[in-house]
Design a protein around this ligand. Structure first.
Ligand code: ADE
Length: 250
């Protein structure tokens, strides 16, 4: 089944350009997903095709008018749901949300520009608001592309293989273990011996220990979220000499 993405944006060419390249472009050619874009400027009828105005109450910048957005949504009753508005004030996007979207029919992404949306546009048309991080972009387009790419690579067959997304970073709440490829020695740095041993059980244990140690060091919040370290995980880290010096209280 084709996963559908509808994007409401004042810059459809920015979305269409990136969506035609690399992984996204190939997956689209294969029919894994389909893109439509809708420009709210098309839903204006003044000569200047105005889409924004100054904020009531004063302050810097311009605010997107409600009407072009509401009319765009009304003119296209077949927009796929949910309709998610991209704003820095939304619920944080993560791997779990990407997986949830990947199991549905698709998503409509509403991109802002300027200082934001007239609140009534969000109240009238958006099912939810989403943020891609605690920083402010000049518009929602890059955020929309993040969402599209994160979901499309989870779709069956989109990457040309079905196995990998399940076991990578975040699938089990951990960061990924370090990866190596040829040559075995590069600028005096060796690939860890165990990875060349052919002992698949030992390799799996080493990778899991590395993933745990990395996550403890870089993202203790992720360890805390899964309820701290289990005894078996503590033993695994100790067996690989990775327990000392790490904060394992999380
Ligand atoms: N628009 C501007 N900044 C954003 C962010 N951090 N996430 C989603 N949409 C945005």
């Amino acid at each position: 089944m084709t996963w559908r993405v509808d994007v409401i944006t004042l810059f459809p060419e920015a979305i269409g350009g990136y969506a035609s390249t690399s992984v996204l472009g190939r997956a689209r050619e294969r029919g894994s997903w389909a893109l439509r874009t809708f420009d709210p400027r098309e839903a204006t009828d003044d000569v200047h095709r105005t889409v924004d105005d100054t904020p009531y109450g004063g302050g810097a910048g311009m605010v997107l008018l409600a009407d072009p957005i509401v009319r765009t949504v009304e003119a296209h009753p077949d927009l796929v749901r949910p309709l998610i508005a991209l704003t820095p004030s939304g619920r944080p996007f993560d791997d779990a949300w990407a997986r949830e979207l990947a199991t549905g029919p698709g998503v409509t992404l509403l991109c802002g520009r300027y200082e934001g949306f007239d609140q009534r546009a969000l109240d009238l048309v958006a099912d939810e608001e989403m943020s891609v991080g605690d920083f402010v972009l000049a518009g929602g387009e890059l955020a929309a592309l993040c969402v599209i790419e994160a979901v499309v690579r989870l779709l069956p067959g989109a990457l040309g293989n079905d196995a990998s997304p399940a076991e990578e970073t975040f699938a089990d709440g951990l960061l990924e273990y370090p990866q190596y490829t040829k040559p075995a020695t590069y600028r005096g740095r060796e690939v860890p011996e165990v990875l060349r041993s052919g002992d698949h059980a030992a390799i799996a244990r080493w990778r899991r220990a590395q993933a745990l140690a990395r996550t403890l060091e870089r993202r203790p919040d992720l360890i805390a979220r899964r309820g701290g370290l289990r005894d078996e995980e503590r033993r695994l880290l100790a067996a690989h000499g990775l327990l000392a010096g790490l904060d394992t209280n999380g």
